[in-house]
Ligand binder design. Sequence first.
Ligand SMILES: [Zn+2]
Length: 138
Amino acid sequence: MPLLEVPGPLYGYRAWRFYPGKTGLHSLSSGHAWPDDRPKAALCIRNFVPWLSHGPAPSTGCTCGIYAWKDIPEKAYSPSGMQPAWGVVELTGHVIEHTAGYRAQYAKPVAIEWVEGIEPAARRYGLIVVADIREWRG
Ligand SMILES: [Zn+2]
């Protein structure tokens, strides 16, 4: 359950799927690369159904929004066969705070932890590359 609603910008951690030597950052659950010229905007499937629509994502009564952790979880999500890249996102627009993280209307990557082959993606998105993302400070 949401604790409270807070204004952006805030910063949170999240992981992306990437392909070494390529430039795209992809959500772990989607095949589409994040945009590199604007923040990623949250969409809600309910807004495509007139009688379920709740207005801009995220909504307090829904699970939509772009997710980010307040801290990197101890057991970082790492789907089999996937090399996640951990980074920091700037969250703007409407942001809902939860115990361990946020759901945001807009998110833009600002920093990423170095992993083999991340340089092309870092250049494309204009990211600060750091050795340990836990030590990043905006
Ligand atoms: Zn929703």
